[in-house]
Design a protein around this ligand. Structure first.
Ligand SMILES: Cc1ncc(COP(=O)(O)O)c(C=O)c1O
Length: 421
């Protein structure tokens, strides 16, 4: 689906709004499933290929259950994400636990679920041993430092807090082997939202070469290589989606040249993509509440950055459609704003759109990953509902909107009346 396409009409959204007030995120199950199948098909040459969906991108157990049916595992980064994975029935080595600055109890939970633990640092071995014991299978996150260029969102690898250096990596495998681990994996994640196919192929090549080096140095044959997430999506209409056939063919070529030719086969290829799995198949649906004309023309929505933070956080572009005005000429320049007391609470700045009226409904595209998930409660703003557009056209509410009661859930007002400052 292109970044400016929609799987619903204004009429359908008006029907949905009768039961589910705006704002809400809506996800397209059919498109998510088709996309998952396309990814698996293109990597069908790689035996045991699996995407561990990065739960942080869309931490909703209904979505995880769909992805489980599509043969995906999870990539979890915290205790609640591990619990979500468990709730969705994704356990054992279908879980990749890629955390950093990890508390002991999270190692214990990951081990209890039988997940693959992906250590972010050599010093974590001690805590892992004390809190969960030494697992049979262990993975390490590699940070190539100056050996690999980063990208705009994630920054330079040598400035990134994640992962082990090459020297530490060899030492870490050696230690874990001595301590009793018998199965090993390797992981990296050096980019975020990267659309360049060659970049991803080069990352795979770098890891395959490292696998060979580890084998030659330590006699360890890796069981899997986790290429990470970070595969981009075209947020802007003029951007092209990643050509996954090209990525897959490029990775296959390197796999044959480095892994197969050196007798290291079988090494499973794993990914932990979030954004490219669900990102393009979610929309934030929001209604125009106010329009003000001061030094600029502002359109005030009933959603705010608590519902979708990427534009405020990164200046990220999210395409916007004014429902029912898809073919009208885009001859008005607007800032599309939320209601938070932060001047960067803007979904778009100086965006050319058709003339907007109060009550119009806007679809903010590509909200299916790192959208609702990034929400927060600053200014007492409440997170919206999440809806699923099923393959049969039915709507299922997969998360209700927060209420003030949720906002107050961590406060004890009984104690407040007893409190005499
Ligand atoms: C360790 C790790 N894996 C996977 C992902 C998913 O990235 P994306 O959703 O861009 O594919 C992230 C995102 O921050 C991450 O930190």
């Amino acid at each position: 689906m292109n970044s400016d396409e929609l799987p619903f009409t204004k009429q359908q959204i008006l029907e949905i709004i009768k039961n589910y007030p705006t704002p809400f995120h809506i996800y397209d199950e059919k498109a998510i499933r088709e996309n998952a199948r396309r990814l698996y098909k293109t990597f069908s040459w790689a035996k045991g290929f699996k995407n561990h969906f990065a739960v942080k991108a869309l931490p909703n157990p209904f979505i995880l259950k769909i992805l489980k049916q599509e043969e995906m595992g999870t990539d979890c980064s915290s205790l609640p994400e591990l619990m979500l994975s468990e709730k969705a029935g994704i356990i054992g080595e279908n879980i990749m636990f890629s955390s950093n600055d990890t508390p002991a109890e999270e190692f214990a939970k990951a081990k209890e679920l039988g997940g693959i633990i992906n250590l972010d640092d050599i010093s974590h071995i001690k805590m892992l041993e004390e809190s969960a014991g030494i697992p049979e299978l262990i993975c390490f996150r590699y940070n190539p430092g100056p050996l690999k260029e980063g990208n705009a969102i994630i920054g330079k690898p040598e400035e990134a807090k994640y992962g082990l250096t090459k020297e530490q990596l060899s030492e870490a495998y050696k230690i874990m082997k001595q301590k009793g681990s018998t199965r090993f994996g390797l992981h990296t994640m050096v980019a975020s939202n990267e659309l360049n196919e060659d970049y991803h192929i080069e990352t795979a090549k770098m890891l395959f070469e490292l696998a060979l080096e580890i084998y030659q140095k330590l006699g360890i044959k890796l069981e899997f290589i986790n290429l990470g997430g970070g595969y981009g999506i075209p947020y802007k209409p003029e951007q092209k989606p990643i050509d996954f056939d090209k990525v897959s063919a490029g990775i296959k070529k390197e796999y044959e040249k480095i892994i197969v030719a050196n007798g290291l086969e079988p090494v499973k290829i794993i990914m932990e993509c979030g954004r490219m799995i669900t990102g393009p198949y979610g929309w934030l649906i929001t209604r125009v509440r106010h329009i003000k004309h001061t030094y600029k023309d502002y359109v005030g929505m009933d959603a705010c950055m608590a519902n979708l933070m990427r534009p405020a956080l990164y200046g990220a572009y999210h395409h916007i459609t004014v429902l029912g005005k898809e073919n009208a000429s885009k001859n008005h320049k607007y800032d599309i704003t939320g209601s938070l007391c932060e001047n960067n609470d803007k979904f778009a700045i100086d965006r050319m759109l058709p003339e907007i009226e109060i009550g119009d409904i806007l679809a903010i595209h590509n909200s299916g990953a790192h959208g609702h998930a990034m929400g927060f409660n600053y200014n007492g703003k409440l997170r919206s509902a999440e809806l699923l557009l099923r393959e049969n056209g039915k709507i299922v509410k997969i998360r209700r909107a927060e209420t003030p009661k949720d906002y107050f859930a961590t406060l004890d007002f009984n104690k407040l009346s007893e409190f005499n400052p």
